[in-house]
Design a protein around this ligand. Sequence first.
Ligand code: AQP
Length: 332
Amino acid sequence: MNRIFSGVQPTGNLHLGNYLGAIRNWVDLQDDYDCIFCIVDLHALTLPQDPEELRTHTREVTAAYLASGIDPEKCIIFNQSSVPGHSELAWLFACITPLGWLNRMTQFKEKAGKHRENAGLGLYAYPVLMAADILLYKATHVPVGEDQKQHLELSRDIAGAFNRQFETEYFPLPEPQILGEAARVMSLRDGSNKMSKSDPSDYSRINMTDDADTIALKVRRARTDPEPLPETVEGLEGRPEAANLIGIYASLSRTSRAEVLATFGGKMFSEFKDALATLAVETLGPIGGEMQRLLAEPGHVDGVLHRGSERAGEIARHHLSEIHRIVGLLRP
Ligand code: AQP
């Protein structure tokens, strides 16, 4: 069976973009693939984190996976730092990755901002660790939102570079799976920026733990333009806020943007926003409630992570011993 690896950083404020761009797709894929879903806590450390909050957010992401319907019996759910092989393989890959490849990564440029000289080495090397996460399990498919496409291409390049250098076909070249109408959910305040955990405005995103009133309020306050909704998908051109809300509706209702516009084309935003708020509450409300229930039982959540890390660790140790042999590391 083909293997999937994917993950979310435990950096708080899990949002609708993380759900529609990633987690919900994983739920759909879990019957057809051998799935490994990680809480990538080492990636979170590429920017400063409060230690207590990092632990809380790690449990929160685990609860989001479970509450969204990922079955821990079928899939492996674990946190990255509990399997030391991720860091070790990242080092081996760091030794074969040209700096020029990393210099092209747009996410580093965005996150490092103007003070690039002060940015940490970890932030710069983030995509190398991501390649290690995926390839440690020889994953063949990686379902992610569109923002991760460039990093995934780098993972393929690193796998190829390793195979060429050591004259082997050990690593598969992992395929991105960018699925659905909401592969890039944009901010509710600015349709040209992606919805993001780190946006200082809470009104820019719908959090997975928001209650019904908050979701409805955020949808009502979402930025729009003064025109009625267009009748066709082409009419969304140049209207980023309208395109975003229609894409969210299509994804939540598992239809296409054309079908949504067949219903709402020509109508005013106020009517459409009421329908969108109802749909968002129906979808996220039960997930948020289940997350709260799970978070009240941290023992259960920790048990899921513990079992997952044992299962992931076994695969990782086996692959690492093969990788050591290929690169010439002696294990006396
Ligand atoms: N806006 C988005 N639309 C669609 N998919 C998204 N993802 C993130 N934002 C959107 C997908 O969610 C998965 C987990 O993301 P992550 O937590 O590892 O990192 P991120 O992409 O950096 O997430 P954020 O929320 O945007 O955080 P910050 O603010 O820290 O940058 C990935 O599959 C990602 O594609």
